[in-house]
Design a protein around this ligand. Structure first.
Ligand code: AMP
Ligand code: MG
Length: 337
């Protein structure tokens, strides 16, 4: 494993610059216009910060790797209606901090370049993972990954409200987490990136000491399942709720041992999107942890924008993976929700 990431590597240099710019834009907008949002077709919110972030990542990708495609969470369609004039103005102001010539038309074009094909070599971005956390002033992450032939090769998370140890620091400068397949995972400050520390998951093997993480949003977590899980294994501590892939960063930095996304019984076909999992999952794996679906299978990133072949997600420090899998299977057999 390398002591630190090679910041001169062109892919790493691009990825760092892209997520740092997107995080700076998100912070800028949060200070002024955080409540400026639209609702997507699934009723989830999207803010000026999400759009500005995707535009900035897309703009830099076109400069650094013009042949690579981008698969992003956001679409510009709704921004083009007159009802969105104010939000588009806010986005334009934020993007102009990095490119003084950016126009609203060009920004919509950059955002829609994120509709690339999820095949071969491509990048996937969630410009603000945890938009609801961002709106509440809680955890969120700018999440970007490079996928080649169905395998994540690099992942990066900018977490403005975490420190390098995965500790919650809403007033701090934030942290950057990065992993390269076969080379390791590291963390640094978000602004001061001179020192990277290698990430290593917790060595805990004792189930009762397991610290679990979970979503804040009730619709993403089955509270009944989480409580049953804690009781079944006799965990000494309750679950720590955090939005976004900040959970992967915290677990990679030994700040927890496990978290999972179940398939809600009311939505048996629900599958996670690749941008919600790929960046965080390689960071956990390169820190020595394990990521699988709830059947224990490796995640398959060659099936389009969703993890179609993988029901649910389980993320652990590795040592406790099999025990958590078996326990979840047992609880699932006995549950109705
Ligand atoms: P969270 O960890 O709660 O911040 O969720 C991370 C991402 O996963 C968000 O983009 C959510 O929209 C998505 N997600 C997680 N669980 C579900 C679910 N049960 N239904 C729909 N989306 C989900
Ligand atoms: Mg997301």
């Amino acid at each position: 494993m390398k002591k630190e990431p090679d910041l001169k590597n062109p892919e790493i240099a691009f990825a760092v610059e892209a997520v740092v710019q997107a995080a700076q834009a998100a912070k800028m907008i949060q200070k002024e216009q955080a409540d400026l949002k639209l609702l997507k077709s699934d009723d989830s919110p999207v803010t000026a910060g999400d759009f500005a972030g995707q535009a900035l990542v897309s703009r830099l990708l076109a400069q650094h790797f013009p042949k690579d495609s981008l698969v992003g969470e956001e679409r510009a369609e709704k921004l083009k209606s007159t009802a969105s004039t104010l939000i588009l103005k806010t986005i334009t102001q934020a993007v102009r901090q990095f490119d003084s010539k950016a126009t609203p038309e060009k920004i919509c074009e950059w955002i829609d370049q994120g509709r690339g094909e999820a095949a071969g070599r491509f990048w996937t971005v969630d410009p603000i993972d945890g938009t609801k956390g961002y709106l509440r002033g809680d955890q969120y992450a700018v999440a970007l990954a490079l996928i080649v032939n169905g395998k994540v090769q690099m992942g990066i998370l900018a977490c403005p409200h975490l420190d390098e140890n995965g500790t919650i620091q809403p007033q701090g400068p934030g942290a950057l987490f990065i992993a390269v397949r076969g080379q390791g995972a590291w963390a640094s400050g978000l602004n001061d990136r001179r020192n990277f520390i290698p990430l290593k998951v917790s060595s805990c093997k004792d189930a009762t000491c397991m610290r679990i993480l979970c979503s804040v949003e009730p619709s993403h977590t089955s509270q009944t399942h989480t409580e049953a899980f804690i009781k079944d294994l006799g965990l000494k501590s309750g679950a720590l709720a955090m939005d976004s892939q900040a959970k992967y960063a915290r677990l990679a930095a030994a700040g927890g041992e496990a978290f999972f996304y179940l398939v809600p019984k009311s939505k048996p076909n629900h599958r996670m999107k690749i941008w919600d999992v790929a960046p965080g999952s390689i960071i956990v794996e390169e820190a020595g942890g394990r990521v699988s679906d709830l059947e224990g299978k490796t995640l398959d990133y060659s099936a389009g924008t969703s993890l179609k072949n993988n029901p649910g997600i389980l993320v652990t420090n590795g040592h406790l993976h099999e025990l958590v899998l078996t326990t979840l299977k047992k609880l699932n057999r006995n549950s109705k929700s």
